[in-house]
Each structure stands twice: as C-alpha cells, then as structure tokens.
Design a protein around this ligand. Structure first.
Ligand code: M6R
Length: 627
C-alpha cells in the first residue's frame, strides 16, 4: 500500500523516479508525486489520479529532468480523500523538507494538536503531514537532519516507511523503515530506493534491504545505516543473481489474462520443485535458497521428523484470496494428516489471545509476504513459541524474515491486483505439504500418496485443456455482464472455490457477488434469489456432488439463472443448468485448482466487456501494508 521511490546520483531524477513509480503502481494509484532538489531549492510536483497525470506535468518541467536527487510516491488513500493536496510528497511551510510515507501514524491526531498549538499550519487531511512538521521542529532545534530524524521517529507510533529530502542537506536523501519494507540498490555513483525490489532491480542487482527500525543516510557515493537511537549499523549490499522480476504483458491485452495463462507453467514449476517426477519422494528439505532480503538462507522446511510427529494442531493465517487457499489447505491437512486445523482471517486475530504453543504449527499464507495483518499475527505466534511456516511468492518479503520454514511459490511477479496464478500455486503447495506431513507421520498408505502424486503431475495439462476453451467461456460469461448481483455456491473442498469466484467477480467487475456454502443457501441467502440473479454452482465430482446438485435445485426452483462449473463428462449437469463452464474430469482433491480457472476467466471477460480497469481495479492495492 503506497509505494516509495528515491534516487541519489547524477542522472535526470524525474525519469528514474517515474520509472520506479510505474513498477510500484500496483501498491496504490490514487495520486502520485515527486520532490527533488534543483538549484539548491526543493521542488514538489504532484497530481491526483493515475501516474500518467504526474508524467504529463513532469514532461514540461525541465528542472526535474536535470535534478540528481529526489523522492517519489504513489498513494493508496488511508487518511483523506485522493486529491492533489493529500497526495505525497508533503512539505513544510518554507519548503525546506519534504517526505513520502507508507503506513499509518497511529498517534497523529495527538501530535497534530500539539503542533497546531505551537503554530504549525496543516494543509492536508493526512496522518503523514505531522511527520514533516515534527522534522521541521526538531531540525530547528538540532540543525542536523539525522538528529531531527532520530528525534522524530521516537515520537511516532505505528508501522511506516519514509523517504525524506531537504534543502538543508542537498547532497543526501534519507530513508526510514519501521516494520515496513524498503530496499536500496547500489549503482555506479548512484543509489536507488524503493518499497519493492522490483523497482530497484531494473537498475542494479546489488541490493540491501533496510532492517526494522533503521535509518539510511544516502549520498551519491555512500550509504550509512543507523538504528533509531542514532548508532551506526554495518551491513553490506548483497548481489542477487536470479531475475524473477521482469515485467511485461507478452502480447496479452492485460496482465491478468497473461497471468491466468501462465498457470500451467507455474504448476509445473511449483510441483517440480518439490517432486521432480511423479515417482520421486516429496522433498521439502531442498537446498537452502539465498533470499534477496538478507544473507541468511532459510527457504525450505527445516522441521525434523520428531518436530513433525509432535505437531498437535495447526493454525492457518491469511487474508483475501490467500485465505481461500488456506481454507483448502485446512481441508488437505485434516483429511490427509489427521491433524486438527484452525484458520483465521489474520486481521481478526488482532486484540485476541492467540491460542498457540510449542506444539502448534502456524502457517501464514501471503502472496506479497507484506500483508500487515498476516505479518503481525505470525509475529505473535512466533513469540509464543509455535513452529512457523510461510507460504509466499516473494522470497524478498517481510514474511520470509519471520517464518522459520518457507515454501516459495514459483510464480514470478504477479502484476495484476487480482490474484490468480499465486492462488493455485498456494493450493498445490498446501497439497504437497500435506502429503509430505502424511508421509513423515505415516498417516496415509504409500499407495495412496503415490496415486495422488501422479494426479498432481497431470494437473498442468488439465489446466491447459480449460484454457483452450477460453472463447467458449468468454461467450458464456458476457451473457451475465448486466447482472447486479451474483451468488456462488460450493460444498466441502469447493466451498472456498465459491468464495474465491465471488471475490474475483467483485474485484474485477464491481458486480456485487457473495459466496456461500451450498448447504447454507436455505438458511437465509435464498431470500435474495429470483430470475434476475445468476447462481454459479461449483459442481465437482466426489463426496458432495449429489448434495451440491440438490442445493442448486433449490436455487433453480426460485427461477435463478443457473451456471455450473462442472466436468465435461457430467451427464446430469446439462439438465439443470443454463450455462456450463466445463473442466476435464478430475480427482476431488485436485478439483479446486481446475474449478477456479473458468471462474477467473468468467470474471475477466465480464470486467473487460464492462470496460473496467482490469489490472488496477478501483480502490484496491496489491500489497496491503496497513492494518
Ligand atoms: O499478499 P497477500 O496474499 O497477503 O494478499 C492478501 C489479499 O490482500 C489479496 O489476496 C487480495 O484479496 C487480492 N486482491 C485478491 O485478488
């Protein structure tokens, strides 16, 4: 949420900051701005709306092209509506200090009252503006930017990252990280700063991630790190070689469509990483991988056979789509390993006693690895002595620093704000992990495990079959584009699929949609049904097929428009449904991976047909770093 960039070097600052902001636009796109030093003076340019508005302003501003130091920001509004005034950077009255901010200052109201009492004038509705006035007050006392910063951070509560520039110290920019993410990149007599390594990697592979509660003083030739008490800290830049950070649409109309189409490859990579071929042993004790965020190498599962045997219960923590993957994970872990599993929306854990202990395995699932609620809940679980496992797509993320065991999904960057490819990678990661635990705890026969491994390896080809029918799915989908409400129902392992289908439709098309356990329909939701409401039933073969079909009939009896995700060999489905989104026959345990693909396409085609902003839906951000 919100993206920060910075640059200190010798080339034109505007184009470098803009190019960094383009990489970070997924974090927020309400407004954007930059601040830079030119001719010894601090200048600020900002614009509400998408980044292109800022870009237009900057093309006619020669001074920003010549400047060599600056900071920039793309905003996802928390305090104050998206407009030019609330856009960052925020600056003080004599325009000598400007800052960009990511996060929330929890005690801003108190500080604001105090500063207003001392004569400071506020222009915006943001929590951010208190920081710039605090810095001004402290600078006036100390006559040192570094001291002003260390004095200021002591007065702030909350989690945040900052970029700071000042005409008091023209050859330096500052970065502050407090329980957030900021990465520095080292070039040739130049340094880059960004909330996400993606924006830095386009210029250099020498990176350094700021630690928690750390300040970086950045000049053209040097970076000095300090803790919040002002003590210098020594840490080196590390070289990251692999390049999973390249971003392009590869000819697809939208990133979302490209990412949906990448799913067979992603499945092959994710499955192949832990099980090279169908008869290979599942191996999570893979060679430790160097992680981009530190020199420590922790990827992989480091639980011993004894640890695994001693696990008494599991708690899964996640938000949004990752939560839906976690629900399927709960199903796998309970059915295959016989371990009781709880799952919590991470934000619901705050302010409650977390009932975990040394016999609990806590699994945090997060595509970005930066979701504030998930990180906070996992941190608390770790403090209480639980085993921790992170499932994430970002090996350079906050999550990888906390979790003692890691499964990194192999999806490359997911640019579209709506999660697709990372979801199916999380689901198969759960299945493989459950099989691994089952193998280590001997809770399943080897024959059963072997069969499932074979099925797993056949999944990518089955997903390809669904994608090959894309045009049929397109035709079927846009018939429903005029609906105001839709209902998704599923049972058992595909109840989460119904929730995920409804979430995708809401996010992408802004059509109101709700997912329900199919058996719950008659306990209330059925009241909303009539001939104007399409009902999407996830009708996969297996233990709950007949019951799901009965629940769908209840909807049909209320004249609802009937859509099913069903197997191509299902002979009953055509009798009861107006539209069938077909998938190939599949084992029940693997069916969530297949069933979600037509639902992703369904939402995509409706969104595109309605002319919505597919890759950057309104009000959303990819990385939700505020609680
Ligand atoms: O990065 P995370 O997986 O922790 O993100 C969790 C949710 O914010 C995310 O899944 C969100 O619901 C997506 N927009 C879903 O498409």
């Amino acid at each position: 949420m919100c993206g920060i960039v910075g640059y200190m070097g010798s080339s034109g600052v505007a184009s470098i900051l803009l190019s960094g902001l383009k990489c970070l636009e997924y974090r927020g796109y309400d407004s954007a701005g930059i601040a830079y030093i030119n001719d010894g003076k601090l200048k600020v340019t900002k614009a509400s709306g998408k980044l292109e508005n800022l870009e237009k302003l900057l093309t006619s501003d020669r001074s920003s092209l010549l400047a060599v130091s600056g900071i920039g920001h793309t905003r996802w509004a928390t305090h104050g509506v998206p407009n030019d005034i609330n856009a960052h950077p925020h600056f003080n009255e004599d325009q000598s200090i400007a800052i960009v901010h990511n996060g929330i200052i929890e005690n801003y109201a108190f500080i604001k009252e105090e500063l207003e009492g001392q004569g400071f004038k506020f222009n915006s509705d943001t929590d951010t503006e208190v920081i710039v006035h605090l810095l001004t007050r402290e600078y006036n006392l100390e006559k040192s930017m570094l001291k002003a910063i260390t004095n200021t951070v002591k007065q702030l509560s909350g989690s945040y990252a900052l970029g700071i520039i000042s005409s008091h110290q023209k050859d330096t920019i500052y970065a502050v990280n407090h329980h957030y993410s900021l990465t520095l990149g080292q070039g040739d007599n130049e340094f880059f700063l960004a909330s996400d390594i993606i924006a830095v990697r386009q210029y250099t592979n020498k990176v350094l991630r700021l630690d928690q509660s750390e300040i970086a003083q950045i000049t053209k030739t040097d970076v000095s790190l300090y803790d919040f008490s002002g003590r210098q800290v020594k840490r080196d830049f590390i070289t990251v070689d692999s390049d999973p950070y390249l971003i392009n649409k590869d000819g697809y109309k939208h990133f979302l469509l490209k990412e949906i189409h990448e799913q067979p490859t992603i499945l092959r990579q994710t499955i192949g990483k832990y099980m090279a071929h169908p008869t290979a042993n599942l191996d999570f004790n893979i060679q430790p991988e160097p992680l981009a965020n530190s020199s420590k190498t922790v990827a992989g599962i480091h639980l011993t056979k004894n640890d695994i045997a001693g696990i008494e219960n599991i708690l899964i923590l996640a938000c949004g789509t990752a939560y839906h993957a976690g629900m399927i994970g709960k199903y796998y872990l309970e059915q295959l390993c016989n371990i009781p599993v709880n799952i919590e929306i991470a934000s619901e854990v705050r302010g409650r006693t977390l009932l975990v202990n040394e016999k609990t395995l806590v699994i945090a699932v997060s595509q970005s690895g930066e979701t504030a609620d998930t990180i906070a809940a996992l941190t608390e679980a770790k403090r209480k002595g639980a085993y921790t496992l992170g499932i994430t797509n970002r090996s350079d993320s906050h999550l990888t620093r906390i979790a003692s065991n890691l499964i990194i999904t192999e999806c490359g960057v997911e640019v579209s704000v709506a999660a697709t490819k990372t979801y199916i990678a999380q689901v198969v990661s759960f299945l493989m992990f459950a099989l691994y635990l089952a193998q280590e705890r001997s809770s399943l026969s080897q024959e059963y495990i072997n069969n499932l491994k074979l099925e797993l390896h056949s999944l990518p080809a089955l997903v390809e079959t669904v994608l090959a029918n894309e045009n049929i799915i397109k035709e079927s989908s846009i018939k429903y584009a005029k609906a105001n409400d839709m209902v998704f129902i599923g049972r058992g392992i595909n109840y989460p699929t119904a929730l995920e289908g409804a979430l995708k439709l809401k996010e992408l098309s802004y059509i109101h949609a709700s997912g329900y356990a199919a058996g719950e329909l008659k306990h209330g939701p059925i009241a909303v049904l009539d001939s104007s409401v399409p009902v999407v039933t996830i009708l996969m073969p297996g233990s709950v097929y007949d019951k799901t079909l009965s629940n769908a009939q209840e909807a049909r009896a209320r004249n609802a428009q009937m859509i099913a995700v069903a197997c191509s060999n299902d002979e009953k489905a055509p009798k009861y449904f107006d539209t069938i989104l077909a998938v190939p026959p599949v084992d029940e345990l693997l069916s969530p991976v297949l069933a979600v693909i037509p639902l992703q396409l369904f939402s995509y085609f409706i969104s595109d047909y309605l002319g919505k902003d597919v890759d950057q839906p309104r009000n959303l951000a990819k990385s939700v770093t505020v609680e």
